[in-house]
Design a protein around this ligand. Structure first.
Ligand code: GTP
Ligand code: MG
Length: 197
């Protein structure tokens, strides 16, 4: 798929204030600093579209980006960031859950996992929560440029194995690097396939 336009539309916390749920959308979620905003920018080829930072906790709202005028990429705050107040954490949890539960036009949750790490409890729990809600999701391993492909493959295999403790089959897996553009075509083709239906 060729990206012709990518435009910031709005930032929100309330589902009722989001754009009308008439265009397909894909939400990016994962631990703080895993690379959600960077991946969105890489996919659309626009560096500063979603705000990124070396410091975790940069994205704090539900951000809608309209792509080719007919579908949305959605950048969400990360989970598991220890250095925010308890009440802020509860707020984020609440509006993210509300978004996931209520957004009718959400086609697929893109769960980002740091490819450098062994399976993390918080990521597995998040996947299990999505499974319990029956929400479609895929796994997107990030920052693959930071270590050898052997190490990445080992961590992916371990995550896959860990998921099989609670899922009959493992969802689609993408391996990405926002630095090197790895995985761009595969993810855009995946989105295109769903948008066509
Ligand atoms: P929050 O909004 O805080 O939850 O973070 P985020 O998940 O949106 O992460 P963000 O895209 O802001 O990236 C966090 C840091 O990781 C930044 O310093 C990025 O430059 C870096 N980063 C993201 N993706 C990659 C990647 O594929 N490779 C490398 N080497 N660095 C990356
Ligand atoms: Mg972000």
């Amino acid at each position: 798929m060729i990206i012709k336009t990518a435009d910031f539309i709005c930032s929100n916390t309330q589902v009722s204030k989001l754009p009308p749920p008439v265009k397909p959308e894909y939400a990016f979620i994962g631990r703080s600093n895993v690379g959600k905003s960077s991946l969105i920018n890489m996919l659309v080829g626009k560096k500063g579209l979603a705000k990124t930072s070396q410091t975790p906790g940069k994205t704090q709202l539900i951000n809608h980006f309209l792509i080719n005028e007919n579908w949305y990429l959605v950048d969400l705050p990360g989970y598991g960031y220890a250095r925010i107040s308890k009440s802020k954490k509860e707020d984020w949890d609440k509006f993210i859950r509300n978004y996931l539960n209520k957004r009718e036009s959400l086609q697929c949750v893109m769960v980002l996992i740091d490819s450098r790490l062994e399976p993390q409890k918080i990521d597995l729990e998040f996947c299990n929560m999505l499974g319990e809600k029956g929400l479609p999701f895929v796994l997107v391993f990030t920052k693959a440029d930071k270590q050898s492909s052997i190490k990445t493959d080992q961590n992916v295999a371990k995550f896959r194995k860990a998921l099989l403790a609670s899922f009959e089959e493992v969802p689609d897996i993408f391996i990405t690097s926002s630095e090197e553009g790895t995985g761009k075509e595969d993810i855009l083709n995946f989105v295109h396939g769903i948008n066509q239906n």
